[in-house]
Design a protein around this ligand. Structure first.
Ligand SMILES: [Zn+2]
Length: 232
C-alpha cells in the first residue's frame, strides 16, 4: 500500500507532472498513487523559469494555529485546509507517546510551516510550504511522568520505563533517529511514528525524513496532490 519513491523516481514523477497535475499524468508515472481531493490541489505547482512565486505577489490565506490536542512550541501559520489535518497528526503522536512513554509530549517542536519558497532541489516547483500546506517536525519535548491518575489524559506508565524516561526529556530526529543505547527508546518512538504517518495518506500525501537529502533533522509532512514517501 505504501508507495515509496527513491530520489530518482521522485524526480521522474515530478517531471511527469510538469504539464499539469492530473490523474492521467500521475497514472502514467506508475505506482500506487492516491489522489486526495483538496482545493489546494487546484493550485499550480510548477513555475516557468524565472517566474515569481504566487506568494511573492501576496501572502495566501493563512491561519495561526497553536494545536488542538497537543501544543506546538511556537504558533504555526498554515492554510486552513492544512490546519484541519493537524489534529489528526496530534492524535497519532499522542497515542504512540502514551504507548512508548506513558504520557503525551508537552510540545511539538517544529522548524516552520508557511514559507514563501521553491522546492530546494527542484527550483521550478512551488514548495508546499509556500502554500501553507506543509510542516517540518523536528521532535518533541516531554515533561516528567505524572503520578498515576494526576492527569486524565495520560496512560498508565509502560512497565519497565527507564528512570531517565520518567524525567523530562527531549526527542529530536537529529540526535535520536539512529540512536542506540540510552537513546534507542527515542529512535523506536520516532520510527513507529514515521510508520504510522506513512500509513495515513489521507492526512499527509508526502512524508519525507532522514533518508531524503536535507531531512536528517526533521519529518517534512505535506498534502500535495501526489504521493512521495522517503523516510527510512
Ligand atoms: Zn518541509
Amino acid at each position: 500500500m505504501a508507495f515509496t519513491l527513491r530520489q530518482s523516481a521522485a524526480a521522474a514523477l515530478l517531471s511527469a507532472l510538469l504539464c499539469s497535475i492530473c490523474p492521467n499524468s500521475l497514472a502514467a508515472a506508475g505506482g500506487d498513487i492516491q489522489l486526495m481531493a483538496d482545493a489546494l490541489d487546484e493550485l499550480p505547482r510548477t513555475l516557468p523559469e524565472g517566474a515569481r512565486l504566487p506568494c511573492e505577489g501576496g501572502t495566501p490565506v493563512l491561519v495561526r494555529y497553536h494545536g488542538e490536542h497537543l501544543r506546538y512550541q511556537k504558533p504555526l501559520r498554515v492554510h486552513p485546509l492544512f490546519r484541519a489535518r493537524l489534529p489528526g497528526f496530534e492524535l497519532i503522536v499522542s497515542q504512540l507517546a502514551k504507548q512508548h512513554y506513558g504520557r503525551v509530549p508537552r510540545r511539538i517542536v517544529h522548524l516552520g510551516a508557511y514559507s514563501c519558497r521553491r522546492m530546494r532541489r527542484y527550483p521550478t516547483w512551488v514548495s508546499e510550504h509556500a502554500l501553507g500546506n506543509a510542516i517540518d517536525i523536528a521532535g518533541f519535548d516531554f515533561g516528567p511522568l505524572p503520578r498515576a491518575g494526576r492527569s486524565a489524559g495520560d496512560a498508565p506508565s509502560p512497565s519497565g520505563l527507564a528512570p531517565a524516561l520518567r524525567r523530562a526529556f527531549e526527542v529530536r530526529l537529529q540526535r535520536h533517529w539512529n540512536a542506540t543505547g540510552a537513546g534507542a527508546a527515542h529512535s523506536a518512538f520516532l520510527r513507529d511514528l514515521a510508520r504510522a504517518l506513512i500509513a495515513r495518506p489521507d492526512l499527509f500525501s508526502v512524508v519525507l525524513g532522514p533518508a531524503w537529502p536535507g531531512h536528517h533533522n526533521h519529518f517534512h509532512l505535506d498534502h500535495a496532490p501526489y504521493r512521495v514517501v522517503e523516510v527510512f
